[in-house]
Design a protein around this ligand. Structure first.
Ligand code: ADP
Ligand code: MG
Length: 343
């Protein structure tokens, strides 16, 4: 296997958390209602993602690990959209398989026989019939065993696990109708019910204290046009670029020392948006202790053409064309929510 391919794979799979991200995304794409992520030593010793999704036939699983194969691009428009927003379509499994020992056990819904595929360093070693439940289990072992430079670059297990936890938490929060569980070194970190509410998911992920400190935030583009009476549906509030903002923020006494508990989703994507986080903190107007951050889960939706798409698709940091306006809208919405609660 050419070195260049392994380097390319390393672009897709930077660390255990990036493999977890791709595997969970595939499970969600496969219409799973239960997804379980099990990692050992922060994912450096092993990653296993199990879902009850639609599974794959023997032919499909062989295709799935080839490069540039995807079952998800219907036409050229999808392809172009994918390049901008979703990253490198059809490369994740191939990339993970190129830099690890990969085992996939899968059974397509409604079929009688499952398949187990094993590959190492990008080469398929075996494809055999296997007894397994409907759905898919992907197991990644010895990540970067054949890319020593990458392997050396991995941080301590605890740090790698922090990344895995953040990624998995993000999917749990944005998919409340999927029962998502995370296990690390034999210990269950969280497990959501998949019952469909953000509140229930926060309870499962962060615990009761945090869940009880949550304050609802909501703002629509037309929030300032009062009532339907004289209102014109075509006319939108020109207040700012956000179409919609919803979610929760915590009471100022329920905080953490790390900003990683400020979860922000833009058009459904879990992102890192410093501008939004700053605006949230600003809204608390000095009620937060120094270097403390609230728990927040905010979903922003705004026109795709107002988001900077020139950011690397694998990177989480996002930029807005009208950053000052986005900040202002977020700050105002959070302020309103806090005020409503008398905070
Ligand atoms: P992409 O997700 O961009 O299509 P991937 O390399 O991540 O590319 O996956 C390749 C293909 O393998 C997918 O298009 C899908 O058909 C199949 N696949 C991967 N994971 C699963 C899964 N958990 N359940 C069912 N099909 C899967
Ligand atoms: Mg994928």
């Amino acid at each position: 296997q050419a070195t260049i391919e392994r380097i390319a794979a390393g672009e897709v799979v930077e660390r255990p958390a990036s493999a977890v991200k791709e595997l969970v995304e595939n499970s969600l794409d496969a219409d799973a209602s239960r997804v379980r992520v099990v990692v050992e030593a922060g994912g450096t010793d092993g990653i296993r993602v199990t879902d009850d999704g639609r599974g794959m036939t023997a032919e499909a699983v062989e295709r799935a690990v080839e490069k540039h194969t995807t079952s998800k691009i219907a036409d050229i428009d999808d392809l172009e959209a994918g390049v901008g927003s979703l990253g490198f379509r059809g490369e994740a499994l191939a990339a993970i398989g190129a830099v690890s020992r990969l085992t996939i056990r899968t059974k397509a819904r409604g079929t009688s026989r499952g398949t187990e595929l094993r590959m190492a360093g990008g080469e398929i070693e075996s494809v055999e019939p296997a007894g397994c439940p409907e759905g898919t289990t992907v197991e990644v072992e010895d990540l970067f065993y054949n890319v020593p430079a990458r392997r050396k670059y991995l941080k301590q297990d605890a740090t790698e696990f922090t990344h895995v936890n953040r990624v998995t938490t993000g999917y749990a929060l944005s998919n409340p109708d999927v029962a998502l569980a995370l296990e690390h070194d034999g210990r269950e970190v969280f497990s959501t019910t998949g019952q469909g509410s953000l509140e229930a998911t926060i309870l499962s992920v962060y615990g009761r204290d945090v869940a009880e400190a949550m304050i609802l935030v909501e703002a629509h583009a037309d929030s300032e046009s009062d009532g339907a009476d004289g209102g014109n549906d075509e006319e939108r509030d020109t207040d700012g670029p956000l179409d919609e903002l919803s979610g929760v923020v915590s009471h100022p006494e329920t905080t953490r020392a790390s900003p990683e508990y400020c979860s922000v989703f833009v058009n459904g994507r879990y992102v890192s948006a410093t501008a939004v986080r700053d605006a949230i903190v600003e809204a608390y107007g000095g009620q937060l202790a120094p270097d403390r951050y609230p728990f927040t889960v905010l979903f922003l939706s705004l026109p795709a053409d107002t988001i900077d798409v020139n950011v690397h698709p694998r990177k989480r940091e996002i930029r807005f064309a009208d950053e000052a306006d986005v900040r202002e809208q977020v700050r105002t919405a959070v302020e309103d929510a806090l005020m409503r609660e008398g905070v």
